[in-house]
Design a binder for this molecule. Structure first.
Ligand code: KIV
Ligand code: ZN
Length: 514
C-alpha cells in the first residue's frame, strides 16, 4: 500500500454486511461475479463473508479468496478461536488474506448482548487478536457499537488490540447514531489519546439509519481515518451502509475541500452497481445519488436549456465519469455473433464460451420477439442467464385468461432434476401462477412485494419483475425479465424460491460463544 498520507483504503463489505440487507442473498456464483467486479472496480479489500456462519459462507469466502489476483480478501470472525480458525481456513488461498475480528465495547452491548463484564471483554480482545495474528499478518479489529462506547474504555481496548497485533482498527457506528462532527472528534481523539495509534490504520464503518453514513465516513477521514468500509449502492443491515459510489464521487468532485484519493476506477461504478442490484434483486431508488436512474436526468426546460448551452450549468460531474452510457438502440435480429460479443465487452461482460453461446441464443430469441434491442435489454438478458445453482427452473408455461371463467396457470418445471407439472386457478393469471409455484415450495413463503417495470421503451419492452417472499423472518428478492410480463413474474417468483432455499441453509451466528 502506498505511503501517501491522503490515500484512503476502500474496504468493500457488499458481500458480507451488504448481504445482510433484508431480502438480499446471493448464490455462490453471484458472489464470485460481484467479487470480480469489485476487483475491476479497484477496491483494496473485499470482505467476502462470515466464514463460520454456514458452509455456504465458508465456501464463498474460500472461492473468492482463490479467485482474486490482487485484492485483499477478508473474513469476519467473532472474538472466538473457533471463528478465527474457520476464517483462516477459508482464506488459505488468498493472495492477501485478512482476518477481521470484532466484539462489542459499548455498555449496552456488553451488558445485554454479550452478558460480559468489561474485563471479560478485554480478555476476549487480547486473546482473539493475538490468536488471529498468529495465523495471519493482516488483522483488523472492530469495537462493535464503537460510537456508543465510553471514551476511556474505547482507548484502552484499542491500545490493547494494537499491542496484540491488530494492523487496522475499525470504529463502527453500528446503529447509525453518530453525526459528522461527533465522529470526526471521536477519530481525532482516538489518534491523540491511544499511545500506539501510529502502529495501525484507522477505519470507519457507518450505517445509514439517520441518512448520515456517507457524511460520517468522510468526517472520520477528515479526523484521521484512512480506511472506509462501504458497500455498492449502500446496501446493508437495516437502512444500509455508506455507499461506495457516493464517497468516491464526493472525493473526486470536491478535491478542493477533500484532497483524498483511492484506487477506485470510477468508470466501473455503473456496471458494478447494476450487477449488485441484479443479483440481490434490490432495485436502486431512482433519485439515488450517482447510480439512480434519475441521477443524470434533466427534466425541467430551464435546466435542459442551460445544459445545451454549457453542461456545467447543472452538471457537477459527467455521466461518463461513472461509466454511464446512453441505452442505445443497438442491435437487431440480423446482428451476428461478433457484434454481440463486442457489445458484451462494451457493457463490461466477459463470458466464457458456453455462457456466450447461451446468451447469444437467448439474444436471438429475444430479437425474434422484439424489433429494437437496447443496451438495457442485453444487460437484463445476460444477468438473467447467469443465474445458476437453481433447484427449480421453468421449462414450459400456459396461461388461460378469459372473461367468463377463472384464470389458470400451468407449468412444466425442472425441480431438483425431476420434471414436475403443476396447474392452479386464481384471481387473474398472476395469482394463479403464484399459487401454482407456492404449492411446490419447500416451506410456506408469503408474498411481500410484487413490482413490475419496463426495461426500455415501447409496448414490446421487456418487463423486469421483482418478487419479495418472506418465510420465518427470512426475506428474499427474486428477479425475472421477459417480454411477456406474466413469464417475467413467474421467473421472478421462481428466482425468489431458489434464493429462499439458499437462505434456509444459512444460520445466523448469535452474539458469542456457541
Ligand atoms: O456494523 C457493525 O458494527 C459491523 C461490525 C461487525 C464491523 O458490521
Ligand atoms: Zn455493519
Amino acid at each position: 500500500m502506498t505511503t501517501d498520507k491522503n490515500r484512503v483504503i476502500i474496504f468493500d463489505t457488499t458481500l458480507r454486511d451488504g448481504e445482510q440487507s433484508p431480502g438480499c442473498s446471493m448464490t455462490l456464483s453471484e458472489k464470485l461475479r460481484v467479487a470480480e467486479a469489485l476487483e475491476h472496480l479497484g477496491v483494496d479489500v473485499i470482505e467476502a463473508g462470515f466464514a463460520i456462519a454456514s458452509n455456504g459462507d465458508f465456501e464463498s469466502v474460500s472461492q473468492v479468496a482463490g479467485l482474486l489476483k490482487e485484492t485483499s480478501v477478508c473474513s469476519l470472525a467473532r472474538a472466538s478461536r473457533k471463528d478465527i480458525d474457520r476464517a483462516a481456513e477459508a482464506l488459505k488461498k488468498a493472495v492477501r488474506p485478512r482476518i477481521h475480528t470484532f466484539i462489542s465495547t459499548s455498555p449496552l452491548h456488553m451488558k445485554y448482548k454479550l452478558q460480559m463484564t468489561p474485563e471479560e471483554v478485554i480478555e476476549h480482545i487480547v486473546d482473539s487478536v493475538t490468536y488471529a495474528r498468529n495465523l495471519c499478518d493482516d488483522v483488523e479489529w472492530s469495537c462493535e457499537d464503537g460510537t456508543r462506547t465510553e471514551e476511556d474504555f474505547l482507548y484502552r481496548t484499542i491500545e490493547l488490540a494494537i499491542k496484540a497485533g491488530a494492523t487496522t482498527i475499525n470504529v463502527p457506528d453500528t446503529v447509525g447514531y453518530t453525526t459528522p462532527d461527533e465522529y470526526r472528534l471521536i477519530m481525532e481523539n482516538i489518534i491523540k489519546n491511544v499511545p500506539n495509534s501510529d502502529k495501525a490504520v484507522f477505519s470507519t464503518h457507518c450505517h445509514n439509519d439517520l441518512g448520515l453514513a456517507v457524511s460520517n465516513s468522510i468526517a472520520a477521514v477528515q479526523g484521521g481515518a484512512r480506511q472506509i468500509e462501504c458497500t455498492v449502492n449502500g446496501i446493508g443491515e437495516r437502512a444500509g451502509n455508506a455507499a461506495l459510489e457516493e464517497i468516491i464521487m464526493a472525493f473526486r468532485t470536491r478535491q478542493d475541500v477533500m484532497p483524498y484519493h483511492t484506487g477506485i476506477i470510477a468508470e466501473n461504478i455503473i456496471s458494478t452497481s447494476r450487477l449488485v442490484s441484479s443479483v440481490t434483486g434490490l432495485e436502486v431508488q431512482h433519485n439515488k445519488a450517482i447510480v439512480g436512474a434519475n441521477a443524470f436526468a434533466h427534466e425541467s426546460g430551464i435546466h435542459q436549456d442551460g445544459m445545451l448551452k454549457n453542461a456545467g450549468t447543472y452538471e457537477i460531474m459527467t455521466p461518463e465519469s461513472v461509466g454511464l452510457k446512453k441505452s442505445e438502440l443497438v442491435m437487431g435480429k440480423h446482428s451476428g455473433r461478433h457484434a454481440f460479443r463486442e457489445k458484451l465487452k462494451d457493457l463490461g461482460y466477459q463470458l466464457g464460451d458456453n455462457e456466450f453461446l447461451s446468451a447469444f441464443t437467448r439474444f436471438k430469441d429475444l430479437a425474434d420477439m422484439k424489433k429494437a434491442l437496447y443496451d438495457d435489454d442485453i444487460i437484463a438478458l445476460v444477468d438473467e442467464d447467469q443465474r445458476d445453482n437453481d433447484y427449480m427452473t421453468l421449462e414450459n408455461w400456459a396461461f388461460v385468461c378469459d372473461n367468463d371463467k377463472p384464470s389458470r396457470a400451468s407449468f412444466c418445471l425442472n425441480v431438483d432434476g425431476y420434471k414436475v407439472t403443476v396447474s392452479r386457478e386464481g384471481n387473474g393469471p398472476v395469482d394463479a401462477s403464484f399459487k401454482a409455484l407456492r404449492s411446490l415450495a419447500d416451506g410456506e413463503p408469503h408474498l411481500q412485494l410484487y413490482q413490475v417495470h419496463a426495461v426500455t421503451r415501447g409496448t414490446d419492452a421487456q418487463a423486469e419483475v421483482t418478487v419479495r417472499l418472506e418465510e420465518d423472518g427470512r426475506t428474499v428478492n427474486g428477479h425475472g425479465a421477459h417480454v411477456d410480463t406474466l413469464v417475467a413474474s413467474v421467473k421472478a417468483y421462481i428466482n425468489a424460491l431458489n434464493k429462499l432455499r439458499v437462505k434456509r441453509q444459512k444460520t445466523v451466528p448469535a452474539a458469542m460463544g456457541e
